[in-house]
Design a protein around this ligand. Structure first.
Ligand code: ADP
Ligand code: NA
Length: 330
């Protein structure tokens, strides 16, 4: 039978994705293309909810696509595209805005967090309604599975509510996606402060592993990761958050279980774990960097991949939008 459809978007971040993005999200994208009819997009429309320099936005969007390809997304096995190349996102986004209650949108905690960070006067209406654009992103593809983190759960609930609201008011048009993704995904912490999530904005420079950094610098960061004064290599996120974080990274990158690793490092020092993990990391980031650069060095080939992706995405999105427009009375 037909494969279930998956849809996910990732923001074009400045410079490089970090290890948390890879282990917590991009790796799942690569796996899902084997089991799902998967659509992945670089969400440049979402990026402009905060001010962007045009040249940087364009470069970061291409860099994000190049990194997704380098990580293993295969344009013949999934649909990879840039959100702004598919105008139906903005078009259905408007329709969804008109179905969303002002109070309903006001309850989105992500907006409260993000606007608080910027200062209430600086926050745009676009930032306020970005969860509604996300609803359109999902519904356009009639997605069954939406791989998102816990922080996005409320937005999936909104997607379900709006899909049901539209279907009730205008007739069955949208499939209602699963409330959340049950898949267990790794959560990666700052190497210097394992109490906080590894993140572009919140991490310390030495605690953040950027995938495109010099492999030597990355190895150095791993070797100077914070552990504890004990010597036992054991997975215990409460008592030993630093060591546990290293074990999570090690396990996720190699596919070996944490239990196997604990056994292998029984009686060994933290230094041995860090040295080996540094090597595993270098083996991962070195070809990743090379492949990313190869995609950037051939802009015509990258353009062709993204044009093909937009073409495939539009075939689905245009059909959904046409049905929705027709039912609305356009
Ligand atoms: P950041 O927090 O650095 O701004 P984003 O919020 O843009 O990163 O996250 C993009 C994707 O990467 C999301 O799917 C998110 O869940 C995942 N992700 C980000 N940081 C981590 C992390 N430390 N561990 C696991 N997954 C993460
Ligand atoms: Na973020």
């Amino acid at each position: 039978g037909a494969r279930p459809r998956a849809l996910s978007g990732i923001q074009p971040t400045a410079g490089s994705f970090h290890l948390g993005n890879y282990l917590g999200a991009i790796r799942q994208y690569v796996a899902l293309q084997e089991t799902h009819d998967a659509f992945y997009m670089v969400v440049d429309l979402h990026a402009i909810t905060v001010p962007q320099d045009p040249a940087e936005l364009r470069a970061n969007t291409r860099l994000a696509a190049a990194q997704l390809l380098a990580a293993g997304l295969d344009p013949d096995r999934c649909t990879l595209f840039i959100q702004s190349h598919v105008p139906e996102h903005a078009q259905l986004g408007w329709v969804m805005n008109c179905l969303t209650g002002f109070g309903e949108a006001s309850r989105m905690t992500q907006f409260k967090d993000k606007s608080a960070k910027q200062g209430a006067d600086r926050a745009t209406v676009g930032l306020f309604t970005y969860p509604v654009l996300q609803v359109a992103d999902i519904l356009l593809y009639q997605a069954d599975a939406v791989p998102v983190g816990e922080d996005q759960r409320q937005h999936i609930e909104l997607t379900r509510d709006l899909a049901e609201r539209f279907n009730t008011r205008f007739g069955d048009t949208f499939s209602v996606p699963a409330p959340h993704i049950v898949k267990e995904v790794a959560k990666i912490y700052d190497l210097q402060d394992p109490a906080v999530k590894m993140s572009k904005s919140a991490s310390t420079p030495k605690g953040l592993i950027n995938l495109l950094d010099e492999p030597k610098a990355t190895a150095k960061k791993v070797k100077s990761a914070v552990t504890d004064t004990d010597t036992v290599i054991r997975f215990d996120p409460v008592e030993k958050p630093g060591v546990s974080n290293l074990l999570t990274i090690y396990s996720t990158l190699t596919g070996r279980t944490v239990a196997e690793l604990e056994k292998e490092y029984e009686g060994k020092m933290y230094g041995a774990l860090k040295t080996d993990l540094a090597e595993v990391m270098v083996e991962f980031v070195t070809p990743f960097r090379t492949r990313t650069q190869e995609f950037l060095d051939d802009p015509a080939a990258l353009d062709a991949i993204l044009a093909q992706g937009a073409h495939k995405a539009r075939a689905v999105a245009a059909k959904t939008l046409a049905a929705a427009y027709d039912r609305i009375g356009f």
